[in-house]
Write a protein that binds this ligand. Sequence first.
Ligand code: NI
Ligand code: MN
Length: 229
Amino acid sequence: MATQLTWFGHNAWSIETGGATILVDPFLDDSPTSPVKAANVKADFILLSHGHGDHLGDTVAIAKRTGATVLTNFEVGQWLGKKGVSGGKIIGMNPGGGIDQPFGRVKFTVAHHSSSMPDGSYGGVPGGFLITLGDTRIYFACDTALFLDMKLIGAGGLDLAVLPIGDLYTMGPDDSIDAVKLLNPKRVAPCHYNTWPLIAQDAAAWAERVRSHTAAEPVVLQPGDKINV
Ligand code: NI
Ligand code: MN
């Protein structure tokens, strides 16, 4: 199945696959690096990893405008319902659980991080997403520390892993190299860096370390760039 990903900066992605558009963590209008605005993106599905504002972003507005189905954790799903997102369009998950959708399978994976909503409401536990599209498997670690169980996430083979490298709020470059070794993906793309000065990183230096210390091919994008998987 032909699948194309577009990076919108930070942890925001658009995935085009089998005629469906899937957004991941659509932080767009308030993002310093997003090349697109929320009013202009297509969405049939939205994968939302946790409640923090730099991931929740424009989810409510996009879901209301497009009628997209939102896959997120249970508590974030309940919060979205209170904000007017149609309850029938919310799929509340918890770590370890997966669900088949028309485009493929989505599993909500463990992430070591925190989660709260911008208004202070409880945001459940954060997660990442393991997406299976036919024979293609893509892992979005989302906001997380390094953890040894990444070995299990990669065990079935990964065509692409998307990892944060910004440090401070998530794993940084050093731990991301260990994450690549545990996940063993064919390719790895960095995200959650250079959005603000506090998470500035040298992606070219990171890519060189991936090449010399792991078996994966690094794919460094600029916001707006696309990858075919
Ligand atoms: Ni976060
Ligand atoms: Mn974040």
